[in-house]
Design a protein around this ligand. Structure first.
Ligand code: GRE
Ligand code: ZN
Length: 325
């Protein structure tokens, strides 16, 4: 399919490059490094060869979320967003930007989001799940009351919030001891991000801010497969909803969440996401440079979809969600 739009597509700056090194075998790090730093060479050639018209670009992980000092995090976010804005300005026909945000401080994050959208023309924010804070392994999720003004601004600006994975900190990763292969994209990324997404849904933030939309990668980090059980386990007990939000989690998932195909090029899983969410809430993505553009595009282009759904997922849903021309 020509004209695809892809939206979980990463790059790195010299500041953030090192965060991705642990994810490549040493022999392949020079290749991943070059793929992360490249914006208009191999990346554009692969986009051309595989029918991707537009990429929405975001920083690698955890980047800004991994810097405990709020002021340093805000400086890094600003620098990275300015760099990205220059690249987008050079090729507005091929690239758009997601803002990196210093959620260490809700006010700084709100200000940087506003600047990125209104001054730099960014189409949303992509945040690498929880943020480190202070020095003692403190972390923060965004379902707590101090983030309410931030979510109000997300709704006011009308831009989506992409909740992207990162690994748990060692103190929260003891379940993986001796099984480190489960860290990262194999399992821990998705598990960690899914819990964060459920925290947001259960917090009531979508009741307070109905204009907020959250995007999850990797076909929803396992959640479409789990929604029914989250809401319906032990129904015979007639228990009240065990959280602050007013409605079942499935309602928020089907009304406020979108999922992308990033790094999950599997037809039965795609069909499960489509049947829980509808074809209107699934969007094509590759997860370049951690995954291959040809793997994503060849799978998607030949997946057994009807052509109207392929157009929606490959292009039209993104045009609507991001108000692209
Ligand atoms: C990602 O951004 O999705 C990612 C990483 C690191 C390794 C694999 C991966 O940040 O998919
Ligand atoms: Zn990614």
């Amino acid at each position: 399919m020509d004209g695809k739009i892809a939206l979980e597509e990463h790059f790195a700056t010299e500041d953030t490059l090192g965060d991705s090194e642990p994810y490549a075998p040493p022999a392949l790090w020079p290749t991943l490094r070059a793929r992360l730093l490249d914006l208009d060479g191999q990346r554009l050639r692969l986009m051309d060869a595989h029918g991707i018209e537009l990429m929405l670009l975001s920083l690698n992980s955890p980047a800004v979320q991994g810097i405990p000092d709020a002021v340093k995090a805000a400086e890094l976010a600003r620098r990275a967003n300015d760099t990205l804005a220059e690249h987008v300005a050079a090729r507005p026909d091929r690239f758009r930007g997601f803002a990196a945000l210093p959620l260490q401080d809700p006010d700084l994050a709100t200000a940087e989001l506003r600047r990125a959208v209104t001054e730099l023309g960014f189409v949303g924010a992509l945040v690498n799940s929880f943020t480190e804070l202070d020095d003692a392994g403190t972390i923060t999720y965004y379902d707590t009351p101090e983030y309410d003004p931030f979510w109000a601004e997300v709704a006011r600006l009308g831009v989506p919030f992409y909740l992207h994975p990162r690994n748990p900190l060692p103190q929260d990763a003891r379940v993986y001891a001796g099984h480190e292969w489960l860290l990262g994209p194999a399992w821990a990324f998705g598990q960690q991000t899914a819990v964060h997404a459920l925290r947001l849904a259960a917090s009531g933030l979508f009741d307070r801010h109905p204009g907020v939309n959250v995007i999850l990668g990797h076909l929803g980090e396992g959640l479409p497969y789990s929604l029914w059980r989250i809401d319906h386990h032990n129904k015979w007990t007639n228990a009240a909803l065990p959280y602050a939000a007013e409605r079942p989690i499935t309602d928020y998932f089907t009304e406020h969440f979108y999922v992308t195909t990033s790094g999950n090029f599997r037809t039965p899983t795609l069909l499960a996401a489509m049947s829980e969410l509808s074809a209107d809430r699934v969007l094509f993505s590759t997860d370049w440079p951690f995954e291959n553009i040809d793997h994503a595009a060849d799978w998607f282009d030949s997946a057994p979809l009807n052509e109207p759904d392929r157009r929606k997922i490959g292009r039209d849903n993104a045009r609507t969600l991001f108000r692209l021309p």
